[in-house]
Design a protein around this ligand. Structure first.
Ligand code: FPP
Length: 241
């Protein structure tokens, strides 16, 4: 059931499309990877900012299924940045009570990165302060296709009766099956697209497109966007009270 929309409340789950790293670097005459490194620093700050705002779930789009089309050196640089981030941040995330999960098709990632991801999920599995979900090799369509494939095998094996399949059944097969739907999706850098991010889960999300490039997206701006959500009137397809 939809929550009582007359009571202003903050978003429980915020999802972010972190766009603009490349432009941020290029405007400084630096290589694109310099922007991604600056973007990683911003990730740390925004994760911390979630606690006082009572944002319990933060989901960030780090690498899409389409991002493999970038140059080999940018892709390799990003993969190395993800490994570095996990190695360097694991202790802090653990200390700060952050539970980390990864979504996306991890089978296509290199083995070292896969094992670092598994270890970080395991290490932080008891934490409850903030749930950070990092989307790597993630695409909304790919996620739905993989979910349907798994469901089809379960139907074939007699574990699921086809006539019982409904929205909830499919939701249960998604990478995000343990997460609530996002309440607010933010995209930085002035582009107003959703780029294959959480397509199924964002059916009723509010969207906020901000002009700031991701490496410049400050804690204050995040706070402002999160607070402005409280004044929105979400109706989930129903009419206002
Ligand atoms: C989009 O900006 C950004 C990405 C494809 C990478 C996002 C990655 C990070 C923020 C790095 C760190 C993440 C973690 C989890 C450590 P863009 O490169 O498309 O920017 P542009 O549109 O200006 O070219």
């Amino acid at each position: 059931m939809a929550p009582d929309s007359s009571i202003p409340q903050g978003p429980r789950h915020v999802a972010i499309i972190m766009d603009g790293n490349g432009r941020w670097a290029q405007s400084r005459g630096r290589p694109r990877l310099f922007g991604h490194h600056a973007g990683a620093k911003r990730v740390k700050e925004i994760v911390r900012a979630c606690v006082p705002l009572n944002v319990k779930y933060l989901t960030i789009y780090a690498f899409s299924t389409e991002n493999w089309k970038r140059t080999q050196s940018e892709v390799a640089g990003l993969m190395s940045l993800f490994r570095q981030y996990i190695r360097k941040e694991a202790r802090n995330l653990q200390k700060e009570g952050v539970r980390v999960r990864f979504i996306g098709d991890r089978m296509k990632l290199d083995k070292k990165l896969q094992s670092l991801m598994d270890e970080l999920e395991e290490l932080t599995s008891e934490n409850t302060k903030v749930n950070l979900t990092i989307a790597i090799n993630y695409g909304g369509r790919d996620e739905v296709a993989r979910a349907i494939k798994r469901m089809a095998f379960d139907i074939q094996d007699g574990k699921v009766a086809p006539e019982t399949v409904d929205e909830q059944t499919l939701t249960g097969y998604l990478d995000t099956h343990v997460l609530p739907d996002p309440d607010l999706v933010i995209r930085t850098s002035g582009e107003a697209r959703i780029s294959n991010f959480l397509l199924w889960q964002s059916a009723y999300a509010e969207y906020e497109f901000v002009d700031t490039l991701w490496p410049d997206f400050s804690e204050e701006e995040f706070q402002k966007v999160v607070n402005s959500y409280g004044s929105r009137n979400r109706r989930f397809g129903a009419v206002s009270a």
